[in-house]
Design a protein around this ligand. Structure first.
Ligand SMILES: Cc1cc2nc3c(=O)[nH]c(=O)nc-3n(C[C@H](O)[C@H](O)[C@H](O)COP(=O)(O)O)c2cc1C
Length: 191
């Protein structure tokens, strides 16, 4: 099962992320948890999140980039859900061997990420990548849709199709991880 931890602070106002999700939600065995719909008061149900992760073979963190990083609720999710003795430390082997991927949309283009001394966009993936590796997960190449401030529908649709293909490719390479029925989104679906 592919679990998408989706963190858009204003899911009803999303354009790019909503389009990405539309393109993949009919795939079998893809479960989407919309954190800002599930936890508008930021009180995360840790046990429910851990159960969802335990059932997953690939965990995708999907969100719009905010100030070169994660929206706060997905950071809180990481802080709360990846508990000692569950995600890491003695007995903390639940995430071992599961895949982990970052799917991010950004308003800026490539130049936007050349500020400072780290011209490569992939440097921004490092905290999540290191977290995943620390917990024994298998880091997958990230998926990024840049330039959402100015790109047109054609570019967004092409990105959405590429995202869908990434998930299909992963499922094809991991056939044991796929059942037959599409999964519903947990949290609101009509935003
Ligand atoms: C508070 C805030 C901070 C943002 N910071 C960045 C940023 O650092 N870099 C960037 O490229 N875009 C930034 N953006 C733009 C969003 O990433 C962009 O609007 C989003 O990816 C578009 O996806 P959506 O249509 O699903 O909302 C920011 C947006 C907000 C609201």
């Amino acid at each position: 099962m592919i679990l998408i931890i989706y963190a858009h602070p204003y899911p009803r106002h999303s354009h790019a992320n909503k389009r990405l999700l539309q393109e993949i939600k009919d795939l079998p065995d893809v479960k989407i948890r919309s954190l800002y719909d599930l936890y508008p008061d930021f009180t995360i149900d840790i046990k429910a999140e851990q159960k969802a992760v335990e059932e997953a073979d690939l965990v995708i963190f999907q969100h719009p980039m905010q100030w070169y990083g994660l929206p706060p609720l997905v950071k809180l999710w990481i802080d709360k859900v990846l508990e000692h003795g569950w995600a890491y430390g003695q007995g903390g082997d639940v995430l071992n061997g599961k895949g982990c991927m970052w799917a991010v949309t950004t308003g800026g283009n490539e130049q936007h990420f050349q500020l400072g001394h780290h011209p490569d966009f992939s440097a921004l993936a490092q905290p999540l990548e290191a977290t995943a590796l620390y917990c024994g997960m298998k880091w997958q190449p990230y998926f990024a849709l840049h330039n959402t401030f100015t790109c047109d529908e054609v570019a967004i649709s092409a990105a959405a199709l590429a995202y869908r293909q990434r998930l299909i490719d992963w499922q094809t390479a991991h056939p044991a991880a796929v059942a037959v029925q599409p999964q519903a989104m947990e949290g609101e679906t009509n935003g």
